[in-house]
Design a protein around this ligand. Structure first.
Ligand code: CP
Length: 335
């Protein structure tokens, strides 16, 4: 687990690391997919599919979130998640405020919690937070009594809206059926919050997950997450129903964990020949940003099996559904 840089130390207790326990009992928050029931996951996917139909049908922006102020606090870099939350919130009639960490008083030593309390005092009701420390969203949620907290990625822990958009994409390609399906996740499993959310969601829905990657990028307890570990990518892909290649998270790696990129590409790159080992039509996924030529060669990233841009499009629908749910629960609690 990544530890908090002293300059951003958010914990009044001074621990510098947070519990990642979800608050499943408070429906305002979405902190992770782990612990969500099959029924709750399917409800969220159905809501996202409905939002997608509405987005595809076009029409004017809606006012479902009228009066709602959404604080987009990305204290770690993002393109897809930040912009799709922004688009989703605006389409639903919310006001969004993009908090720029690099130009903020975090750089003067203000803590994460004190910063979030400012947002609450200013009247923002929804906090979408990304942070490099695992457990940051779960740490904030119980300390902000008048805010709903949505985890937009916390360290190596979870990325629940990415998990939901991945599930929605797979449901489309798997004819609505998760049971008995098998997804391969390849690459930097150790640092991947995307993998953790996908594993939690898929196993709750009855699908199987096979993981594969360099020894140095594989958590020791990976089988404890409910998946099977393959020795080679070819073995993993044989007869699989889909593959998700992960980004190599070099910003989270200690020196020496990553093999040479050429060696990585040859052992773990999802090449056209490897795509053919899977069942016909099995999708190739990647959460982005893609390291072309390493994780995916261009002919696969842009090829007919790739669903990378479908994942991105589904991200807006998923975030519409998650914001709707958070706002409804917030209104239940506070009005
Ligand atoms: N997939 C994902 O989280 O991408 P961003 O880092 O661009 O938000």
């Amino acid at each position: 687990m990544t530890t908090m840089p002293a300059s951003l130390s958010p914990s009044p207790e001074g621990t510098g690391a947070f519990s990642t326990q979800p608050l499943a009992s408070d429906p305002r928050h979405l902190l992770g997919l782990e612990g969500l029931t099959r029924e709750r996951l399917l409800e969220l996917l159905d809501a996202a599919a409905l939002e997608r139909d509405r987005l595809r049908a076009g029409g004017p922006d809606r006012n479902d979130l009228a009066g709602c102020v959404v604080m987009l606090a990305f204290i770690e870099d993002s393109t897809r998640t930040r912009t799709s939350f922004d688009i989703a919130a605006r389409r639903l009639g919310a006001q969004t405020i993009a908090f720029s960490a690099s130009a903020s008083s975090l750089n003067k030593g203000e803590s994460l919690l004190d910063t979030a309390r400012l947002f609450e005092a200013m009247g923002a009701q929804l906090l979408v937070v990304r942070h490099s420390v695992s457990g940051a969203a779960a740490y904030l949620a119980p300390r902000l009594p008048r805010m709903a907290v949505i985890n937009a990625g916390d360290g190596t822990h979870e990325h629940p809206t990415q998990g939901l958009l991945d599930l929605l994409t797979l449901r489309d390609h798997w004819n609505g059926q998760f049971e008995g399906r098998r997804l391969v996740i390849v690459g930097d499993i150790a640092h991947s919050r995307v993998a953790r959310s996908a594993i939690a969601g898929l196993t709750a829905l009855g699908a199987h997950v096979t993981v594969c990657g360099p020894e140095t990028l594989m958590p020791a307890d990976v089988e404890g997450l409910g998946c099977w570990r393959a020795a080679t990518l070819d073995e993993a892909l044989e007869g699989a129903d889909g593959v998700m290649a992960l980004r190599l998270q070099r910003e989270r790696m200690d020196k020496g964990l990553l093999p040479a990129l050429g060696e990585y590409a040859s052992r773990f790159g999802v090449t056209p020949a490897r795509v053919r080992l899977m069942k016909p039509g099995a999708p190739v996924m990647h959460p982005g940003p893609v390291m072309r030529g390493v994780e995916l060669p261009c002919e696969v990233a842009d090829g007919e099996s790739s669903v990378v841009l479908e994942q991105v499009a589904n991200g807006v629908a998923v975030r519409c559904a998650v914001l709707q749910r958070a706002w409804s629960a917030w209104k239940e609690t506070h009005r």
